[in-house]
Design a protein around this ligand. Structure first.
Ligand code: AMP
Length: 196
């Protein structure tokens, strides 16, 4: 039985960094970031990658089928039983689609949805800092102030509905992401380990 933890958070919340540190420290935990998986597909130069790129550049969500296929294959191919996926769900449509999938799936249990919470101000400072610090060739096409506001709105619009849905299922765990990286990681790691 695979145990799945979905991690959501605004752009700049640190969710990918937090989850990757936890997976590095624990042999029985693996981590995938939806953004990283999609960027890998773009980097491969495939036809699918070109389609994905046209969405990422604008800060828009990639179509439902692409993202669902991406996470389902990541979960199925995960080499260990405890899987952290950050960046999903990002819309009510994605949440509902995944819930339907889970209701039919006997080998995967959704253990929790972890929300890494930061204010818009903190998110903006971190994203602009990341853009300024990026090495040449490693800049993200969506780390600009213009795209930041679009990404933030896309994150915020469905958030209340997503929070309510998982709170009702007793699955939502909110973590304060505005603290130091060490503090956030420790909190998230302790929580994840308590569920596995
Ligand atoms: P991130 O690295 O999490 O900030 O994601 C970067 C970009 O990848 C997003 O702005 C979207 O274009 C795309 N993306 C990531 N996760 C999803 C998702 N769950 N659904 C649709 N698009 C996504």
């Amino acid at each position: 039985m695979k145990k799945l933890f979905l991690i959501i958070g605004a752009p700049g919340s640190g969710k990918t960094t937090d989850a990757s540190i936890i997976a590095e420290k624990n042999d029985n935990i693996v981590h995938y970031s939806t953004g990283d998986m999609l960027r890998e597909e773009v980097a491969s130069g495939s036809h699918l990658g070109k389609t994905i790129d046209s969405f990422i550049k604008r800060g828009a969500l990639v179509p439902l089928k692409i993202i669902v296929d991406t996470i389902v294959s990541a979960i199925n191919n995960a080499p260990v039983d405890n899987v952290l996926i950050d960046g999903y769900p990002r819309s009510v449509e994605q949440m509902t689609a995944f819930d339907e999938l889970m209701s039919k799936e006997e080998n995967i249990e959704l253990a929790s949805v972890i929300e890494v919470r930061v204010s818009e101000e903190v998110a903006k400072e971190r994203i602009l800092g990341r853009a300024a610090d990026a090495k040449p060739g490693e800049e993200r096409s969506d780390d600009s102030i213009e795209v930041f506001f679009d990404r933030m709105k896309i994150y915020t619009d469905p958030l209340a509905e997503i929070q309510t849905f998982y709170t009702d299922k007793n699955l939502l765990k909110v973590i304060d992401g505005a603290r130091t990286l060490e503090e956030v990681v420790e909190d998230m790691e302790t929580f994840v380990k308590s569920k596995i």
